[in-house]
Ligand binder design. Structure first.
Ligand SMILES: C[S@@+](CC[C@H](N)C(=O)[O-])C[C@H]1O[C@@H](n2cnc3c(N)ncnc32)[C@H](O)[C@@H]1O
Length: 325
């Protein structure tokens, strides 16, 4: 068992936290929460950090848990963190306007260390996160910012306003808890945001889209990042394979999305019917819809979890997870 601190990407902390738990559960491991704040998840798990951390989209850093509590206790000198040999640095971050005696705590923890301080290129880092509580841990993993930045919508050779940003596409894939060797299909693949993240995770993925431009653009985007997978042109009813394990998708909604003339309510109903027919029993359906009212259209599915995000004043994205019954 290991106790870890996850510094979550905001502002949709419930979604970020759910992603961590989904990755652990997808591996068949267990977790137990231990004094989390809204913005920082603290949990004990039998899963390794090497497995969890590189898979996450909505986590900045993962720390080995040392302390959660009041900063006054640290200010009184009640916390001593032991580090292996090598240079060290203490870093602090106040999250969402939280109050914190950052400089004082840096000095107190730094003075307690037996290691030489190196602010530029330390071998070890102690990170202090201030929320309503104070969380202290040893840095184990920092998110691949450069990788995510390079795959951002504006940095892809083919892009459109409908595209999903990579960290969010990654979270949607992770919510599905895809097991090793299983298949995943995105029938509304657009520019390929979801497929790119699925392939990055080494999953067995395929896609489809009704728009020829999207199919060609998606293949181009995948190629740009060194990926390849089957992407078919056609209505979702013709591209979703039978005996499928997982569907992860982001169907059309909002003003800029194209449905080839079909009203979205009708398209969603038709989609749920096809998905029910093609998914294996127990298969997962992880998708984004613009309104929770459409959950009722998912006949033949059990609704498991849902998280809301705001795109702009008139569009919300609801990340929803269903299981085929
Ligand atoms: C919201 S976009 C998907 C965006 C995608 N996640 C991305 O990152 O680019 C929805 C896509 O569904 C496609 N679409 C609309 N109606 C469809 C249908 N009946 N069957 C398959 N694709 C459809 C549109 O062409 C559009 O590319």
């Amino acid at each position: 068992m290991v106790e870890l601190i996850f510094e979550l990407v905001g502002p949709y902390y419930r979604l970020s936290s759910a992603e961590v738990k989904a990755v652990i559960e997808g591996k068949g491991c267990r977790w137990k929460e231990k004094g989390s704040s809204k913005e920082v998840l603290v949990l004990e798990t039998d899963c390794t950090v090497e497995y969890i951390a590189p898979r996450l989209g909505l986590t900045h850093r993962v720390l080995l848990h040392e302390y959660t509590g009041k900063q006054e206790d640290i200010l009184k000198g009640n916390l001593k963190v032991e580090l292996p040999e090598g240079s060290a640095k203490v870093e602090t971050r106040r999250i969402a306007g939280a109050e914190g005696e950052t400089q004082e705590i840096k000095e107190i923890l730094g003075d307690e260390l037996d290691n030489p301080i190196d602010l530029i290129d330390p071998d070890h880092q102690i990170v202090v996160l201030f929320t309503k509580k104070c969380h202290v841990g040893k840095l184990l993993y920092s998110s691949d910012k450069e990788g995510y930045r390079s795959r951002e919508v504006k940095n892809r050779p083919f892009f459109s306003p409908i595209s999903l940003e990579p960290r969010y596409a990654r979270a949607l894939v992770n919510l599905a808890r895809v097991k090793e060797g299983e298949t995943l299909h995105d029938p509304f693949c657009g520019t390929g945001g979801i497929l790119m993240e699925a392939l990055h995770l080494g999953l067995n993925a395929s896609g489809g889209d009704i728009d020829k431009n999207m199919v060609n653009g998606c293949i181009r985007n995948l190629k740009e990042f060194g990926f390849e997978c089957p992407v078919k042109l056609g209505d979702m009813g013709d591209t979703i394979p039978y005996e499928l394990d997982n569907i992860v998708t982001d169907p059309p909604y909002g003003r800029a999305a194209s449905t080839s003339g079909e009203c979205t309510g009708n398209l969603y109903k038709r989609f749920f019917r096809v998905a029910k027919e093609r998914l294996k029993k127990g298969g997962s359906l992880s998708l984004i819809l613009p309104d929770k009212k459409f959950i009722d259209a998912a006949k033949g599915f059990r609704f498991l979890e849902g998280y809301s995000t705001k795109v702009h004043s008139s569009l919300e994205r609801h990340y929803l997870l269903f299981e085929k019954i």
